[in-house]
Design a protein around this ligand. Sequence first.
Ligand SMILES: Cc1cc2nc3c(=O)[nH]c(=O)nc-3n(C[C@H](O)[C@H](O)[C@H](O)COP(=O)(O)OP(=O)(O)OC[C@H]3O[C@@H](n4cnc5c(N)ncnc54)[C@H](O)[C@@H]3O)c2cc1C
Length: 480
Amino acid sequence: MAKYGSEVVSKYDMPHEFEKKGAVSSKTVAEARRDVEVIRETDVLVVGGGPGGVAAAVSAARAGAKTILLERYGHLGGMATGGLVNIIPNLGSIYGEHLIGGFCQEVIERLAARGAACFPEKRYWGKAEPSVVEKYIKANMMHFYVRKNTAGEYVTLYTAVVDPEVTKDELNTMVLESGAELLLHTWVTEPIMEGNTVKGVIVESKSGRQALLAKVVIDSTGDGDLLPYTGTAVDEYMLPGSRIAQFGWVYWLCNVDLKKYDDFMTSEPDKYKSVVEELMKAGGMPFFSRGLLEHQEGVVWIHRLVGSLRQTDIEEMTYIDVTTRRESVKNWELLREYMPGFEKSFIMLSSPQLGTSGGRRIIGEYYMTEKDMDADTPFDDTIAIFADNDRGDKSLEYPRTYIPYRSLIPKETEGLLVACRAFSSDYEFQEFFNLIPHCMCFGQAAGAAAAIAVKDGVGVRDVDFAKLRAELLKYGAILP
Ligand SMILES: Cc1cc2nc3c(=O)[nH]c(=O)nc-3n(C[C@H](O)[C@H](O)[C@H](O)COP(=O)(O)OP(=O)(O)OC[C@H]3O[C@@H](n4cnc5c(N)ncnc54)[C@H](O)[C@@H]3O)c2cc1C
């Protein structure tokens, strides 16, 4: 399997073994049959307000469907905001060609207008400008921003960084402006099935257990939470030690004196090396990324990755949250003690939601595999073009990867689309193409398709692709 981030990331964490209780009783209880109040009937219901779900809701509403977006937390954005993984990468190819437009580009432009997004100027995309390359190498965001071209030179890519707090606000605005209804603090527990057709969902919240009915439901939970109840075939395989087989726990330190840190590193390189060694011996981790937004001076991010093959298991999630929080606070204490520049720093924020990268994936009408990365042919139903995500020489040979609408349609289930990292793909394809901009593209396409299906009175697999393509182009998607 090709490695993600060929230059920077050579090794991810292997899954952790620890004692688990599992179910400690062999008893079961029969849930009493009861009538549940239906609080809404709508055309399109989107479950999960992450990058995929927000794009789906906005797109469906803009295409004329009565749309509701349900989110378990009090904010939108999923991992891009609550997970503090606010790099929106790979928006163009290594040759400087812009590939991801549409909803994703609109979000970036709206945030940039508020000073809440930054990215390299267009004239530097795919270009080897040393001062720009140097800036991103120094920020330690290498493979997302900088890669080697065929001549072996480092070039800059079109990748953006966004402010998570402003992003939450802007996504709320976009959803409400589109005419979609937003219900936060609403945990979706299962789909309402009639045979193999999804008819709505059951939710649990402070308001109790309630139901919402819809003509099309879009699963944008990231983990594919609705799938186990639908009978849809899923693939959950992850290669141990791969990028998707990791939990992520991100925290931000602020008030770091980076000038003092840089001066120390450059003026006393031997001493710097020995401080790094001492810190690592004490169990610390001296590597970090620098906040790139102008107003985030003195902010650094630390990503703690922990290997896991069971990212929806509550015992595993609890173990990771508890141990990683302990380690991260200790790491900050060590940095403060050992590293010049960190004396007055503090942990400003740790991600309110545990970072999951893998999870359930549908086996859909089209199943994406490595062979689709090594092809240069668009599909008849292409809904997005992705820039190849740093597979070394392979990326130079195949800079574009085409995504068909069929990869969002589960095979055995009606009335359901998937618009998140649970799209139809094997673990190798998933390793490279489940990032924030990718999920936004899935969402934009799924939302528009659901609205067209409702308007035309057809199932989601019978959507007229010419109409879907026209709707995507209308809102800026870049298609073949
Ligand atoms: C440590 C780490 C670093 C990463 N770094 C980057 C990066 O720099 N750039 C990048 O592009 N990608 C990065 N990724 C990957 C990326 O964040 C995700 O793949 C992407 O966010 C997936 O989007 P999504 O919409 O599928 O799911 P998510 O972002 O997970 O959003 C799902 C949403 O659904 C909600 N939800 C879930 N279940 C339910 C439910 N049952 N009921 C109601 N709501 C529900 C969640 O609260 C959430 O808002 C990283 C991932 C990790 C773990």
